[in-house]
Design a protein around this ligand. Structure first.
Ligand code: C6P
Length: 410
């Protein structure tokens, strides 16, 4: 039985206060909180088997290596990857996209080719492709979004063409909250012989993901948004493609043999994990995956639909607020982005903080789409497994207070 009130007990930080009020943490799209099980895993790593991995014959090095590879197997199962060879540990989603951009795209995209992203991309899935396009003389094309911030499928055929080499699209937008029809987009990409990449930063933590079913060539996500520490993330790639790619970073561990003037590459996934990896956080990511598996990703998704339905209804009752994105919770992830007339979101966020409520305000690293909507900044409340309807009530009460305060102040 999925019960956020029980789940909360695993998260020490949720019992702290902020400005004398109980913390209501609604900034989960930025980063999630960490359960005791993940924190303890990290402590164990440092207290029991801290040693460099893949390099030692001594006991604790072997133990550390086994733990890291066990974590890779867990992550691999979590996204239903066909093998662990295609599961590469990186720092975060941003690094995963940069890896593909600098390795695959720099070698496979040329003059006159096209790279396609959507209008609603996070900067991490836009700026790396800008560099590829500029350096290679390729064109960066945008899939337009519908009014509610979803990729508009009616443009698939005209935007993704025989010249397209790669399509990379956000699965759940961290701004509009919309769940994009990635399978359909991937099908079109493959129809024209292009590769297909999914930015799963906001989907992998929140819904069941099956890379075989999505048929994506690459998937990027971050551990810190799914109960694990910052500094560990994943690039999934199809092995047949990764095998043909040049390494992104070069140095220790990613090599098989080295001479003074050249080197040969290690097998997957090590070829893409140069230098000492962040093994402790990788092991902690394994613990986070265990925790989410224990809750069940279907149940996680259902909880987010329920709490988002509740939040959307409550937001709709505040006429001063405009909510961005799809109307129905089924069509969106667990986040609600909004504006409040003339009140600057930073002022609103600071007021909410004084009530103990943490939301994110700003452009959420989606500056171009904010600009397109004529906005500089928005407020965003985002939910996770431990959030309750009572916390939404607290948010709404705090918003009402803020609206009254700023109406009075102006
Ligand atoms: N979005 C947010 O508050 P990193 O920073 O590499 O872990 O994740 C980047 C990223 C990529 N794609 C999407 C859809 C994202 O939401 C994010 C991170 C955070 O919305 C921080 S800007």
């Amino acid at each position: 039985m999925f019960d956020p009130k029980d789940i909360r007990k695993d998260f020490p930080i949720l019992s702290r206060t902020v400005h004398g009020k109980p913390l209501v943490y609604l900034d989960n799209a930025a980063t999630s909180q960490k359960p005791r099980q993940v924190i303890q895993t990290l402590v164990d790593c440092y207290e029991l088997y801290n040693a460099n991995v893949h390099r030692g014959v001594h006991t604790i090095s072997v133990e550390a290596t086994e733990r890291m590879e066990e974590a890779r197997r867990k992550v691999s199962r979590f996204i239903n990857a066909p093998s662990t060879e295609g599961v590469i540990f990186v720092r975060n989603t941003t690094e995963a996209v940069n890896l593909v951009a600098n390795s695959w795209a720099m070698d496979n995209v040329g003059q006159g080719d096209e790279i396609v992203v959507s209008e609603v991309e996070h900067h991490s899935n836009l700026v790396p492709w800008q560099k590829v396009a500029h350096q290679k003389g390729a064109t960066l094309k945008l899939l337009p979004a519908t009014e509610d911030g979803r990729v508009d499928l009616s443009f698939l055929e005209s935007i993704i063409t025989q010249h397209t080499k790669l399509v990379s699209v956000v699965h759940i937008s961290n701004m509009t909250g919309a769940i994009n029809p990635v399978k359909e987009i991937g099908r079109r990409a493959h129809q024209v012989g292009a590769l297909f990449m999914v930015d799963g930063a906001q989907s992998v933590p929140h819904m069941p993901i099956d890379v075989c079913n999505l048929d994506c060539d690459f998937l990027a996500f971050s551990g810190h948004k799914m109960l694990a520490p910052p500094g560990i993330g994943v690039l999934f790639g199809k092995v047949s493609i990764l095998e043909k790619m040049e390494p992104f970073l070069r140095g220790g561990e990613m090599v098989r043999e080295v001479w003074y003037d050249h080197a040969t590459w290690n097998d997957l996934p090590n070829k893409f994990e140069a230098g000492t990896p962040n093994f402790t956080d990788a092991v902690a990511l394994g613990a986070a995956v265990d925790y989410l598996d224990g809750l069940g990703m279907d149940a996680v998704r259902q909880h987010e639909i329920d709490i988002t339905t509740y939040a959307l209804k409550a937001f709709a009752e505040l006429e001063e607020l405009d909510v961005i994105g799809p109307k129905e919770a089924q069509d969106r992830g667990g986040l609600v982005t909004f504006t409040a007339g003339d009140i600057h979101p930073h002022d609103l966020g600071t007021f909410l903080d004084s009530e103990g409520v943490a939301i994110r305000t700003g452009h959420h690293c989606v500056m171009p789409y904010h600009r397109k909507l004529g906005l500089v900044a928005t407020g965003r409340a985002s939910f996770y497994v431990y959030n309750t309807n009572e916390e939404i009530d607290t948010l709404i009460q705090a918003l009402k207070k803020a609206l009254a305060y700023f109406a009075h102040a102006s």
